[in-house]
Design a protein around this ligand. Structure first.
Ligand code: HEC
Ligand code: HEC
Ligand code: HEC
Ligand code: HEC
Ligand code: HEC
Ligand code: HEC
Ligand code: HEC
Ligand code: HEC
Ligand code: HEC
Ligand code: HEC
Length: 386
C-alpha cells in the first residue's frame, strides 16, 4: 500500500485536455448521418414539390364516394410483394361495374388516369376534359373510320352539331297531327272560353330525377278536355280513347242499351263521325282492307331525342322554353324537329359562363352502361347506389 501516492496533480495529469478537440469515429458518424438524413428529407420534399408528387406530403383525403374506405386502404392498395403497394384495375372491378367505352377504341386508359383519387371530397366521376380529348382531339378507331368529327378539342371547338338537327336529319317520327302554332294562339277555344295554353300545359318533366325526359304527351290529360270523343249528342259520356275495336264495341253497346231501333244504321253513322272526323283529326288511319274498320297508326312520339348525351330540363328552369325551342311557336307540322342546335347551348356553355362548366363529362357518359354486367353480390354496393 505504501508505494501508491495519489496526489491531485498526478491525477490531473491523466486527464486529456484535448479530448473534445479531437474527433472520434462514433460521434463523427453520428453527426454526419444526422446532417445527411435531414438533407435527404429536405431534398425529397423539394423534389416532390418540383415534380408535383403529393405522396411525399400526404396521400390526401379520399373522394366522397370512397370516404367509407378510409380505414380500408388495402381494398385499393394491393401489396406488390416488395415494399409499397399497387392500385390495379382489378381492385376497382371487385366493387364496380365499369363497362368499356367503345368497341372501336384503340387502347384503354387506366381507371386511375381519369378517376384521380386522394383529391378530396369532389365527384370522382367528374373527370377532366383531357381524359376525353386524349382520344377525341384526333380520334383513331380500330377500323380507321369515325361516325362524326374526329377532332373535338372542346365543346366550343370541333364539337359536331347534334344529330337530330344536323342538315339532312330525319324528321320527327311522331304521327300525331298537332300544330304547335294553332295551340299556342292567345285565344284558343277552350271548354270554358278562350285560353292561352303554355308549354307546361302539355310538357312537364316526367320526374325530378336527374336527366328525366319530359313526360309523354297523353290524350286523356292533355287533349280530352277540348277534344272529347263525342259521337251523339244524346250521350253525355264520350267514347273511350282506345283501339277502334273497343270503340266499336262501346258504341254498339250504347245504342243497344238505348234500344231506340235502327241500331246498325246508328252505329254506322256514329262511327263515320268518329273515324272520319274525331280520330282522323289527330291520327293517321290505315284500312287493312276496303270497307273494314280503320286501324290507328302508332303515335311514335319520341321520349328522348339525344340518347348519346345527358340533358336536364330542371337544371334549366330559369331559361324560357322558347329560348331553346324557338321554332315551337311557329311550327305547323308534326314532322318539324323543334330541338336546339349546338349554337343555342354555346350561348351559355362556353368559356365558363355558367356555374356548371362545359367539360365533356357534364354532358356525356363514358362507360357504355347498357353493357354493364348484371348485378351480382360483388357489385351489390355500387349497383344499389346507381
Ligand atoms: C379507392 C381506392 C383507394 C383507396 C381506398 C386508397 N387509395 Fe391511396 N391511392 C389510390 C390511387 C388510385 C392512387 C394513385 C396511385 C396510382 O395511380 O397508381 C393512390 C395513391 C396513394 C399514395 C401515393 C403513393 C402511391 O402509391 O402512388 C399514398 C401514400 C396512398 N395512396 C395512401 C393511401 C392510404 C393511407 C389509404 C387509406 C387511408 C389509401 N391510400 C386508400 C387509390 C386508393
Ligand atoms: C371496396 C369497394 C370499392 C373499391 C375497391 C373501389 N370502389 Fe369506387 N366506390 C365504392 C363505393 C361504395 C362507392 C359509392 C357508391 C357509388 O357511388 O357507387 C364508390 C364510388 C365510386 C365512383 C363514383 C363516385 C363519385 O364521387 O363520382 C367512382 C368513379 C369510383 N368509385 C371509381 C373507383 C375506382 C377507379 C376504383 C379503383 C381505383 C374504385 N372505385 C375502387 C366502392 C369501391
Ligand atoms: C381510348 C380512346 C377514347 C377515350 C379516352 C374517349 N373516347 Fe369517346 N370514343 C372513342 C371511340 C373510338 C368512339 C367511337 C367512334 C366511332 O364509332 O366512330 C367514341 C365515341 C364517343 C361518343 C359517341 C357515342 C355514340 O355512341 O355515338 C361520345 C359521346 C364520346 N365518345 C364521349 C367521350 C367522353 C365524354 C370521353 C371522356 C370521359 C371519351 N369519349 C373518351 C374513343 C375514346
Ligand atoms: C296542346 C299541347 C301542347 C302544347 C301547348 C305544346 N306542345 Fe309541344 N308537343 C305536343 C305534342 C302532342 C307533341 C308530339 C307531336 C309532335 O312531335 O309535334 C309535342 C312535341 C314537342 C317537342 C318534341 C318534338 C319535336 O319535333 O321536336 C318539343 C321540343 C315541344 N313539343 C316543345 C314545345 C314547346 C317549347 C311548347 C311551348 C312553346 C310546346 N311544345 C307546347 C303538344 C303540345
Ligand atoms: C284548350 C283546348 C285545347 C287543347 C287542350 C287541345 N286542343 Fe287541339 N284544338 C283546339 C281547338 C280550339 C282547335 C281548332 C283550332 C282552329 O282551327 O283554329 C284545335 C285543333 C286541333 C287539331 C287540328 C288543327 C291542327 O292542329 O292541325 C289537332 C290535330 C289537334 N287540335 C290536336 C290536339 C292534341 C293532340 C291535343 C293534346 C296533345 C290538343 N289538340 C289539345 C283546342 C285544344
Ligand atoms: C285530340 C287528338 C286525338 C284524338 C281526337 C284522338 N286521339 Fe288517339 N291519341 C292521341 C294522342 C296524343 C295519343 C298518344 C298518347 C296517348 O296514348 O294518349 C293517342 C294514342 C292513341 C292510341 C294508342 C296508339 C299508340 O301507338 O300510342 C290509340 C289506339 C288511339 N289513340 C285511338 C284513337 C281513336 C280510336 C280515336 C277516335 C275515336 C282517337 N284516338 C282520337 C290523340 C288523339
Ligand atoms: C336550355 C335549353 C332548353 C330549354 C330551356 C328547354 N328545353 Fe326542352 N329540350 C332541350 C333539349 C336539349 C332536348 C333533348 C333532350 C333529350 O333528348 O334528352 C329537349 C327536349 C324536349 C322535349 C322532347 C322530349 C324530351 O324530353 O326529350 C320536349 C317536349 C321539350 N324539350 C319541351 C320543353 C319545354 C316545355 C320547356 C320549357 C318548360 C323546355 N323544353 C325547355 C333543351 C331545352
Ligand atoms: C353542354 C353539353 C355538352 C358538352 C360539354 C359536350 N357535349 Fe358532346 N354532345 C352533346 C349533345 C347534346 C350531343 C348530341 C347527342 C345526340 O345526338 O344523341 C353531343 C354529341 C357528341 C358526339 C357525337 C355523337 C354522335 O353520335 O353524333 C361526340 C363524339 C361528342 N359529343 C363528344 C364530346 C366531347 C369529346 C366533349 C368534350 C370535349 C363533348 N362532347 C362535350 C353535348 C355536349
Ligand atoms: C341560357 C343559358 C343556358 C343555355 C342556353 C343552356 N344552358 Fe345548360 N346550364 C345553364 C346553367 C346556368 C346551368 C347550371 C345549372 C345548375 O348548376 O344547376 C346549366 C347546366 C347544364 C348541365 C349540367 C346539368 C346538371 O345536371 O347539373 C348540362 C348537361 C347542360 N347545362 C347542358 C346544356 C345543353 C345540352 C344545352 C343546349 C341544348 C344547354 N345546356 C343550354 C345554362 C344554360
Ligand atoms: C377516359 C376516362 C375514364 C376511364 C379510363 C374510366 N372511367 Fe369511369 N367514368 C368516367 C366518366 C366520365 C364517368 C361519368 C359518366 C359515366 O357514368 O359514364 C365515369 C363513371 C364511373 C363510375 C360510376 C360513377 C357513378 O356515377 O356512380 C364508376 C364506378 C367508374 N366510372 C369506374 C371506373 C373503373 C373501375 C374504371 C377502370 C376499369 C374506369 N371507371 C375507367 C371516365 C372514365
Amino acid at each position: 500500500m505504501a508505494g501508491r501516492t495519489r496526489t491531485t496533480k498526478k491525477l490531473a495529469q491523466r486527464i486529456d485536455l484535448n479530448y473534445f478537440k479531437r474527433t472520434y469515429p462514433i460521434p463523427r458518424w453520428k453527426r454526419i448521418l444526422s446532417i445527411a438524413a435531414a438533407g435527404l428529407g429536405v431534398a425529397w420534399f423539394g423534389w416532390a414539390g418540383l415534380t408535383g408528387k403529393q405522396s411525399a406530403f400526404n396521400a390526401g383525403p379520399l373522394a366522397q364516394g370512397h370516404a367509407i374506405l378510409t380505414n380500408n386502404c388495402s381494398s385499393c392498395h394491393v401489396a406488390t410483394g416488395g415494399f409499397g403497394t399497387k392500385v390495379t384495375e382489378t381492385a376497382c372491378l371487385v366493387c364496380h361495374n365499369a363497362p368499356m367505352h367503345q368497341a372501336k377504341q384503340t387502347f384503354t386508359p387506366a381507371c386511375t388516369s381519369c378517376h384521380v383519387e386522394h383529391q378530396g371530397a369532389f365527384r370522382l366521376a367528374a373527370t377532366s376534359e383531357a381524359s376525353c380529348t386524349q382520344c377525341h382531339s384526333s380520334l383513331k378507331t380500330t377500323d380507321g373510320r369515325t361516325r362524326f368529327a374526329a377532332s373535338i378539342a372542346s365543346f366550343n371547338s370541333g364539337h359536331p352539331d347534334f344529330d337530330a338537327v344536323r342538315s339532312g336529319h330525319a324528321p320527327d317520327p311522331g304521327t300525331i297531327k298537332l300544330s304547335h302554332q294553332v295551340h299556342l294562339k292567345n285565344d284558343l277555344r277552350g271548354p270554358d272560353g278562350p285560353v292561352q295554353l303554355q308549354c307546361v300545359d302539355c310538357h312537364r318533366p316526367a320526374s325530378h330525377t336527374r336527366n328525366a325526359p319530359m313526360a309523354a304527351v297523353n290524350y286523356t290529360t292533355h287533349c280530352a278536355s277540348c277534344h272529347p270523343l263525342v259521337f251523339d249528342s244524346r250521350f253525355t259520356e264520350p267514347a273511350p280513347h282506345q283501339e277502334t275495336k273497343i270503340v266499336h264495341d262501346y258504341v254498339v253497346r250504347k245504342y243497344t242499351e238505348a234500344n231506340q231501333g235502327n241500331i246498325a244504321q246508328r252505329v254506322e253513322e256514329a262511327e263515320r263521325l268518329l273515324w272520319q272526323k274525331s280520330c282522323k283529326e289527330c291520327h293517321v288511319l290505315t284500312y287493312p282492307a276496303p270497307g273494314t274498320r280503320p286501324e290507328i297508326l302508332k303515335s311514335a312520339i319520341p321520349i328522348r331525342w339525344m340518347t348519346h348525351a345527358k340533358f336536364d330540363h330542371e337544371a334549366h328552369q330559369l331559361v324560357t322554353c322558347t329560348e331553346c325551342h324557338a321554332q315551337a311557336k311557329t311550327s305547323n307540322n308534326t314532322a318539324d324537329v323543334l330541338l336546339p342546335g349546338i349554337a343555342t347551348c354555346q350561348k351559355c356553355h362556353s368559356g365558363g359562363r355558367v356555374a356548371a362548366d362545359s367539360r365533356c363529362s357534364e354532358c356525356h357518359d363514358y362507360h357504355d352502361w347498357s353493357k354493364a354486367k348484371p348485378a351480382s353480390s360483388v357489385h351489390a354496393i355500387t349497383d344499389f347506389a346507381r
